[in-house]
Design a protein around this ligand. Sequence first.
Ligand code: UDP
Length: 248
Amino acid sequence: MDTKRKTIEILGVKIDNITADTALDKAYKLVTDNSDRTAMIFTPNPEIVMAAYNDESFKEILNSADMCTADGIGVVYASKILKNPFPERVAGFDLTCGLLEKISHSGEGVFLFGSKPGVAETAAENLKAKYKGLKISGTHHGYFKEEDEEEIIEKINNSGAKLLLVCLGAPKQEKWIYANRDKLNVKLCMGVGGAVDVFAGNVKRAPDIFIKMNLEWFYRLMKQPSRIGRFAALPKFMITVMKNKNEN
Ligand code: UDP
């Protein structure tokens, strides 16, 4: 664990108080690190922070990460309410893209784990075309039974990957990484939700204008109205942050 980490606590979840560039430098260091340990990066958005607020063991998992980034403009607004603002939003997806670009030059392999069968393979082809030189060490879908886990871990370890992208959705991906980190030989595990779906082209990321205007959440809601239930976590999150601030 990095003792020099500067974090801001949002409802008890420690989130790194850093810029996107510093986050990328740190992630790259963790992938190229020559220590024996497996590092963990999580990217909590308001929904994830709310889940951790209501689940102490999930909160402990997030707080044991090497880095948590402020994914989601709601987390940045919460830090402003607490009068201790993050310098900017650090979206897990952008951090992942930056890291893939970097390792496409330095040669560390990536393993894509998650989503429906076939999706990670399509994502791998697209990523190889986007980041020339990127080494895809292996892929596996995310719909497995508990008894398959050992085999999956063996596949990841035998692949020689240094970076493992786990896209099982929250909190499953964070719990899976935490439970298996000591069995994994990779240098860095990142829980990055639907990133593999976006890389495969199955889900479109919001156009830049939406991202710049902090309206990515609105674009996602328009595209997938069935997610409305999940967006209900956002006002609940804001109200809880304000209530907690007034109580402290
Ligand atoms: N998923 C999976 N295994 C499961 C449940 C979900 O691989 O048991 C995948 C799902 O197919 C999707 C991703 O996890 O690709 C979660 O996507 P979601 O949009 O929920 O991610 P988030 O909003 O957390 O980024």
